[in-house]
Design a protein around this ligand. Sequence first.
Ligand SMILES: Cc1cc2nc3c(=O)[nH]c(=O)nc-3n(C[C@H](O)[C@H](O)[C@H](O)COP(=O)(O)O)c2cc1C
Length: 383
Amino acid sequence: MNRRNFIKVVGAGTVAMVALPHVTGLGDGVELGELRPALDQSDIRMLLLSYAMLAPNPHNTQAWKVHLMDKNTLRLFVDETRLLPETDPIYRQIHVGQGCFIENLVIAATQFSIRAEVEYFPQGSYDNQSLANLPVADIRLVADESVTPSPLFKLLTTRQSNKTVYGKTPLPTETLAQLTSAIAMAGFGLDMIDAPSQRQQMEQFLVKAMEIEESKSTRTLETISMFRFNDEEFQQYRDGFGLPQNGINGIKRVIAESFFLSRESAEKDPVAFGKESVKTVKKVVLDNPHYALLISDDNSRLSQVKAGRMYCRLNLVASRLGVSIHPMSQILQEYEAMLPLQAEFKRAYGVAKSQTVQMLFRVGKADPTPPAPRRDANDIVVA
Ligand SMILES: Cc1cc2nc3c(=O)[nH]c(=O)nc-3n(C[C@H](O)[C@H](O)[C@H](O)COP(=O)(O)O)c2cc1C
């Protein structure tokens, strides 16, 4: 089956089973829920790390490394082997992902009557263009019976980034107010974008940004390197994302993975893979009801980490409200080719030059997708 036929089949939503004798009976393949960190840990540090690893993070590279300093202290570093240099050249998003990890850990700790005290950059921060081999945070676990369990704890295992098409209907005003109140810290703001003209403009910006992203093969290849093309890859790497997280499951997934999508073909023809990404953006932005911008006044490493904590909390609050969110980061990225469009985008939404949009995401309603995999807590512990 060639590419065009694949798209027709997937697009039509119907398939001829007769053409697929060897794949009948296959469902969604490997249970992605099984490829998640074990939560039956007896060491509280490992248990908290397991919850922390469920946090959102760019391309699901899981760029976290933890040194167990003593029985009460965890030292968090960026894992410099899991960066995204093509699309995150100044490691901003990787630091946002560090904040997400910290927020999950702090929330999880409350469930076990532990206060997790965070000391950011305990050996000093570093500039926001480079990556130093210095810890991002020390997290001290303090037993404290007066700690109130967070109502967000139970959302840690089900929270997700939902990348599928959202319903057109706008969310009720109260729901939006509950969401925005999750972000309240000096130096940060959350702008909701729902006026029709602003949404239309956003659609154009996001499509253009993906076209720019996919106009250079090295960037597309970076995404391909984190794309998981089949169950074997999910099982082997336990990171990244694939068709299931994009809402393509069951027989559609089987067809795509059997006849069209393979690592070999994508690496040979990244331009075709990139075109599919642009099409996907066009599909998800069409009539999408809300967008949100999480903005910081400065772009220090500390602000990036704090933005990650806020974003993660907002994602959990959204889950509690039955609301889906989906980051779309291309226009925020700092490589040269994106900067003119990024400047235009900031002007269009009244974001000052000195401010940084740390996260841009869609907000709406959608059915959940299978979870993105994670490695085990042991995999991120270093000596
Ligand atoms: C800083 C940051 C940037 C992200 N950018 C994107 C993006 O541009 N497109 C996208 O589909 N998901 C994006 N995500 C979501 C990740 O892909 C997602 O968190 C990861 O695959 C794990 O999946 P989960 O959040 O469902 O657990 C981003 C997440 C973070 C924290």
